[in-house]
Design a protein around this ligand. Structure first.
Ligand SMILES: [Ca+2]
Length: 274
């Protein structure tokens, strides 16, 4: 449905019929003219164990990325792409989200939603869970890094370098001795760049992604079972993955940053897990 603009007219008709059926089945409690309800497209992430954080030897490393430790992760499903404006706007239209974020003149639809705070996201999740009857939530920091690495241990799932053909970031500020590439200067349509080995798009760059975890200065005392950290400073939550106006060093799988719960900006979005 999200890519309806690219379908042929016949496909649109078929799709609308299908959606009508889905709507009737899924949402008997629909209100009037609200948009049809769609769940996010999810990708199955296998359970496993991984080494979280970066080694002392990794260029650009910060002390908050250690100490490295083994973390066990139960299987889960993760958003195929960052939550889009179309997905957010459906929540607003349905009365589930009070806040309609500005798109910074870049258009809405398939662009990743920006200008949403951690608190705003809680409204979206509550709405989605009411409508779907499922348990969508923000990923833990450990789940996020596990999924971003997708079995790799290099700074990026793409290896020791990443380019703007693989991720949306300041390609003109590459990592280490890697070659420079394009800087787009804005968000890219969600999932318009190649996925990581586990089929997840834009884990590196495009928009920062909120996680569930309270901020702590390093991994001493952090859980090793993949659950979010609830100690530390819970007024501040961890964001991951870097974003379109940041250099490659910030896109590293181990890199961590943080924002206050009510902070909104044009490089900050999210994706969900369940
Ligand atoms: Ca991202």
């Amino acid at each position: 449905m999200q890519r309806i603009g690219t379908y042929s007219l016949t496909q649109k008709v078929v799709l609308s019929l299908l959606l009508t059926v889905t709507q009737a089945t899924v949402s008997a409690s629909d209100h009037g003219d609200a948009s049809p309800f769609h769940e996010p497209e999810m990708v199955a992430v296998p359970g496993g164990e991984f080494v979280m954080g970066s080694p002392d030897t990794e260029a650009g490393r910060h002390t908050d990325e250690g100490p490295q430790r083994r973390v066990t992760i139960a299987p889960f499903a993760m958003g195929h792409h960052e939550v889009t404006f179309a997905e957010w706007d459906a929540c607003v239209a349905d009365g589930g989200c009070e806040y309609a974020p500005d798109e910074n003149g870049w258009g809405r639809e398939h662009n990743p939603v920006i200008n949403v705070s951690w608190n705003d996201v809680q409204q979206y999740i509550a709405w989605l869970n009411r409508r779907s009857g499922k348990n969508y939530r923000l990923p833990s920091e450990a789940e996020w890094e596990y999924a971003a690495r997708a079995g790799t241990s290099t700074p990026f799932a793409t290896g020791d370098c990443i380019s703007s053909a693989q991720a949306n970031f300041r390609g003109d500020l590459p990592y280490g001795n890697c070659r420079p590439s394009e800087f787009r200067g804005r968000t890219a349509e969600a999932a318009s760049l190649p996925p990581n080995p586990w089929g997840l798009h834009d884990m590196y760059g495009n928009v920062w992604e909120w996680t569930a975890d309270c901020w702590a200065e390093d991994y001493h005392g952090a859980p090793s079972d993949g659950t979010p950290r609830d100690g530390g400073d819970c007024r501040v939550r961890v964001v991951r993955g870097g974003s379109w106006p940041y250099d490659a060093g910030v896109l590293r799988a181990a890199f961590r940053d943080k924002y206050l719960l009510d902070h909104r900006n044009i490089s900050l979005g999210f994706r969900l897990v369940r």
